[in-house]
Design a protein around this ligand. Structure first.
Ligand SMILES: O=C(O)CCC(=O)C(=O)O
Ligand SMILES: [Fe+2]
Length: 332
């Protein structure tokens, strides 16, 4: 996390080689290149139709048993129960993945496949702590959207410094987002697309965080996108710096949680997860809409890619299985 990072930042370029044992098996090498440089990978038929059908039936049964809770986009610092979510919001399964209720065997099958995916991702993306089963948290759940429901634009993870009192509380953070859809023959007219906001211009660098764990907070660059990270140098000064090693802002040591907008140089485009009401979408983004068809897996960096779920216009619910692979945070 320290500013020997200016040297390590360079190491995050695509010149690295992947060890022979790291040969991707579940996904092609291009998938990991896309994800590593801040794009969404879409893998159709990650699970077969039989398992998708079993998981859909399982989610439906758990929903009928009242085990889902409305769970829109939480505002940091406010208790979820007080945020007034209802069935017009996304609902998530509130029981455990290992619960004996429903088709636990189908859930176990998926868990096995996801564990293999996580190991492969840890090697291919060089995020070693993500590969440690048991040592690092995994989140997974079912998501349920009644007709009309949607999920506003958001990011899945942020720099701890920007989380207020919730920052630095946990030993891990979300590293990689996976979304697996369960909707049989879902048509475009049925809405509910996952809208991803990728960078319009190409990026040649690893996004999300440096090898030392400094988390990405923005982008710079003219023709190509260069990620900007936030960390501390050896004197305790707070520094924004890009993947090429250039300082892009900062402030003196001892300033706790400085607002990034006040310490970033003018050219830095800070990552915007959720937007304020009436706020125009940030420049430099490209929209990608993905239909949530059964068996389709989406994978992307949890920090670099804001996204939303467009309103479901179908007369049936939209069902997904979603989660995050975590990695260890460096000590604050
Ligand atoms: O249901 C989906 O497709 C996306 C869910 C999501 O973005 C989230 O839970 O953070
Ligand atoms: Fe999300």
């Amino acid at each position: 996390m320290l500013l020997c990072l200016l040297a390590t930042a360079q190491a995050a370029t695509p010149t690295r080689t992947t060890p022979a044992a790291a040969k991707p098996q579940l996904l092609p090498a291009e998938a990991w290149d896309r994800i590593r440089t801040g794009r969404v990978h879409v893998e159709r038929d990650f699970i077969d139709a039989t398992l998708a059908q079993r998981l859909r039936a399982d989610a439906t049964l758990l929903q009928e048993r009242g085990l889902f809770r409305p769970d829109g986009l939480s505002r940091l610092g406010e208790a979820k129960e007080r945020q007034g979510f209802n069935r017009g919001d996304r609902q998530t399964y509130a029981g455990g993945w290992e619960a004996s209720e429903g088709d636990s065997a189908a859930r176990r099958l998926l868990a096995g496949k996801l564990a293999a995916l996580r190991r492969e991702a840890a090697l291919a993306l060089r995020r070693p702590s993500m590969g440690r089963a048991g040592a690092v948290a995994d989140e997974r759940s079912y998501n349920w959207y009644e007709p009309g429901a949607s999920l506003r634009r958001h990011g899945d993870e942020f720099h701890e410094e920007t989380k207020g009192p919730k920052g630095w509380l946990l030993p891990t953070r979300r590293s990689l987002t996976w979304l697996l859809y369960l909707n049989k023959e879902w048509r475009a007219e049925e809405g509910g697309a996952l809208r991803a906001y990728e960078r319009a211009r190409p990026c040649d660098h690893a996004v999300g965080a440096t090898d030392d764990g400094d988390v990405q907070v923005g982008w710079v660059g003219e023709d190509r996108e260069v990620p900007v990270f936030f960390g501390e140098d050896e004197h305790g000064e707070r520094v924004l710096y890009d993947a090429l090693g250039h300082v892009r802002g900062g402030c003196a040591a001892g300033v706790a949680a400085p607002p990034l907008a006040t310490i970033a140089d003018a050219g830095v485009r800070l990552i915007r997860g959720s937007l304020d009401r009436n706020e125009a979408p940030p420049a430099g983004e490209a929209i990608q809409d993905i239909r949530p068809v059964a068996g389709t897996l989406l994978l992307f960096d949890s920090i670099a890619v804001p996204h939303e779920v467009l309103a479901v216009t179908a007369e049936r619910p939209r069902v997904a299985c979603t989660g995050w692979f975590h990695e260890l945070l460096p000590a604050p």
